[in-house]
Design a binder for this molecule. Structure first.
Ligand SMILES: Cc1cc2nc3c(=O)[nH]c(=O)nc-3n(C[C@H](O)[C@H](O)[C@H](O)COP(=O)(O)OP(=O)(O)OC[C@H]3O[C@@H](n4cnc5c(N)ncnc54)[C@H](O)[C@@H]3O)c2cc1C
Ligand code: FES
Length: 283
């Protein structure tokens, strides 16, 4: 594996927009999970896989902050967000109807690097972390005609989302559920271990912090490249408030912190101090 630490991909045009986008659809896809398709030609044209946008879920002060969501699919002039209802913001989001408009800021952050010369691309998603993966899988197939390996982990069968989509794209898909109701009974990392990542492979992960910590450890031991998409509570989404900082392993430019919104959300796993991360921060 190269010693160079990767800087993840910024938007191709490095342009950001603040636009009123029309809701094309907003449908349930699993218990408490919805997919919203938005018409936003400028945002969709500028976005790359792994980046995110901030949605204004309410015009009132409650909730005050925009909610960050990654791009699940980017098909200009539309893009999709896949979300799980967690609290008031996402509950309000689930009530938007086709034809309504929603203010969207984006694309934001740095996306997944698309590296050539990789033997196997392995995508590992835990829970709603699956939202970050379809756009990445589509890009890998489009750019390299690669057939990614995909590991999908969820609590139970009903929460396994996008399995059919990945299969139709030609990916090799394996599933794991906590209760054994679909696929392997156990963890995403059990399946990743069976795939035996090697130095020429690249692993991309998004999911709960304990999963990403375990993926980072496993790939570090194997020598494979690993990119993780982190979540953090966000206020500005733009690098200014420092509300989203996580601890880095090494000091860079006098700081041992990185901002998830600006330096990420996708990071080379070697950048993050995994032992310092709180398991409740992002699941
Ligand atoms: C870059 C980024 C991309 C994201 N992409 C997606 C996505 O594609 N789909 C999706 O469903 N969710 C995604 N999230 C998480 C999503 O933004 C939060 O679930 C959402 O903001 C919760 O808002 P709420 O008002 O419904 O819940 P709140 O009432 O604000 O919180 C409900 C619970 O969720 C926790 N929570 C809130 N925000 C976050 C957060 N950012 N990270 C971890 N826990 C949080 C709170 O601590 C609380 O326990 C992303 C977060 C980030 C930072
Ligand atoms: S959310 Fe404000 S700095 Fe990241």
């Amino acid at each position: 594996m190269t010693e160079e630490v990767f800087v993840c991909s910024p938007s191709i045009r490095e342009q950001r927009f603040l636009l009123e986008c029309a809701v094309v659809s907003n449908d349930p896809v699993a218990p408490s999970h919805y997919r919203m398709r938005l018409h936003g030609p400028e945002i969709a044209a500028a976005a790359v896989c792994g980046q995110f946008c901030m949605l204004e879920v309410s015009k009132t002060l409650q909730p005050f902050l925009r909610r960050p969501m990654c791009f699940e699919r980017i098909h200009p002039p539309t893009f999709d967000v896949l979300y799980k209802v967690e609290g008031e913001g996402t509950r309000l989001l689930s009530q938007f109807l086709p034809g309504q408009r929603i203010s969207v800021q984006g694309p934001l952050g740095k996306g997944f690097p698309i590296c050539s010369g990789v033997r196997r691309h392995i995508l590992v998603a835990g829970g709603i972390g699956v939202a970050a993966m379809p756009a990445l899988a589509e890009e890998l197939v489009r750019r390299f005609a690669a057939v990614p390996e995909v590991v999908l982990a969820a609590r139970t069968r009903d929460d396994v989302i996008n399995e059919a989509f990945f299969r139709e794209l030609g990916c090799h898909v394996q599933c794991a559920t906590d209760d054994g109701s679909w696929g392997h009974r156990g963890l995403a990392t059990d399946l990743l271990e069976q795939l035996k990542p090697e130095a020429q492979d690249c692993v991309y992960a998004c999911g709960p912090m304990p999963m990403m910590r375990a993926v980072a450890a496993l790939t570090a031991a194997s020598g494979a490249m690993c990119f993780v998409s982190l979540e953090a509570q966000m206020a500005c989404g733009d690098g200014a408030c420092l509300g989203c900082v996580v601890q880095a392993k090494e000091e860079r430019e006098g700081e041992r912190m990185v901002r998830v919104c600006l330096d990420g959300p996708v990071f080379d796993a070697r950048v993050i101090d995994w032992e310092a991360q709180d398991d409740n921060d992002a699941d």
